[in-house]
Design a protein around this ligand. Structure first.
Ligand code: ZN
Ligand code: ZN
Length: 280
């Protein structure tokens, strides 16, 4: 499969000259099955979705938006997703069931309806289907997908393991606040069973790296992980490659590019950059 990073920021977009090398759009990762021309499974729908429209040459999107949770940085691209919002599109949007009795479309409309935005989700052009997802195994767009709930502040949040028909695997845990489960051995949060089971042996682990060790109290406050936690997890889960993702919107390019400097020897670490691809 091909993994295309359409947006790699967390919280809010980061425009401007200090952010052009890494990219300023919020979370969105598009997966293309081997042998296919265009992405059919898209992880999160942040402002990076605009890059997917460019990747499709403006053609209608036919596939699934698989969203980790409903925070703005993961859904903000939907109203501006031209390849989805046009005749001929066939979009399924899947969100974690919030266990409050609301339908998927009503949950999304919490931030996408007047007076927040001119239209509700049902007003998007083309064919859209909105549905909730539970933890467990799912078959989506030709991939095997495992959904696991992860600790994160404000609403139910999933991490996903995606496996293609050839056995290649990518784990996507964009927002993960392990400190909610205790300090762990080093104060950065425990390597708990849910994340270890999800990540174990994956070819690629894309993980929340919004904060550094010196920002540890902020990580706990906002429900995110540290780069140090990413390293410990990647080693314990024996992943093929770690991708540091969900960069802080105030971390300029020079500082993002230094995030990998303290990586343990032997660990393959990549900084997620908008527009780059990984092929498995
Ligand atoms: Zn986020
Ligand atoms: Zn979040």
């Amino acid at each position: 499969m091909e993994i295309l990073f359409c947006g790699v920021r967390g919280s809010t977009p980061a425009p401007g000259a200090d952010f052009v090398r890494v990219g300023g759009n919020t979370s969105c990762v598009a997966l293309t099955r081997t042998g296919e021309d265009t992405p059919a499974l898209v992880l999160d729908a942040g402002t990076g979705l605009q890059r997917l429209t460019a990747r499709l040459g403006g053609a209608p999107f036919k596939g699934t938006l698989l969203v980790t949770h409903l925070h703005w940085d993961h859904c903000h691209g939907i109203p501006f997703f031209r390849s989805g919002d046009q005749p001929g599109s066939e979009v399924t949007m899947l969100i974690p069931d919030q266990r409050d009795g609301r339908s998927a479309v009503d949950v999304l409309a919490g931030s996408m309806s007047p007076p927040h935005f001119p239209i509700r989700p049902e007003g998007l052009e083309g064919s859209w289907r909105f549905a909730t997802l539970e933890e467990g195994e799912h078959a989506i767009e030709g991939f095997e997908v495992t959904a696991v709930e992860l600790p994160h502040k404000g609403g139910r949040t999933f991490g996903y393991r995606i496996v293609d028909s050839g056995g290649a695997s990518v784990v996507y845990a964009s927002d993960h606040g392990p400190q909610a489960m205790g300090p762990g051995d080093d104060g950065h949060g425990p390597l708990h069973e849910a994340i270890l089971d999800l990540a174990r042996g994956a070819d690629v682990l894309i993980h929340d790296a919004q904060f550094t060790a010196s920002e540890l109290p902020l990580a706990e406050d906002y429900g995110h992980a540290t780069v140090d936690y990413c390293y410990r997890l990647a080693q314990a889960a024996d992943v093929g490659r770690l991708v540091l993702f969900h960069h802080s919107p105030v971390r300029v390019d020079d500082d993002v590019e230094r995030l990998g400097d303290l990586a343990p020897a032997g660990l393959d670490v990549t900084i997620a950059r908008e527009g780059e691809t990984i092929t498995l």
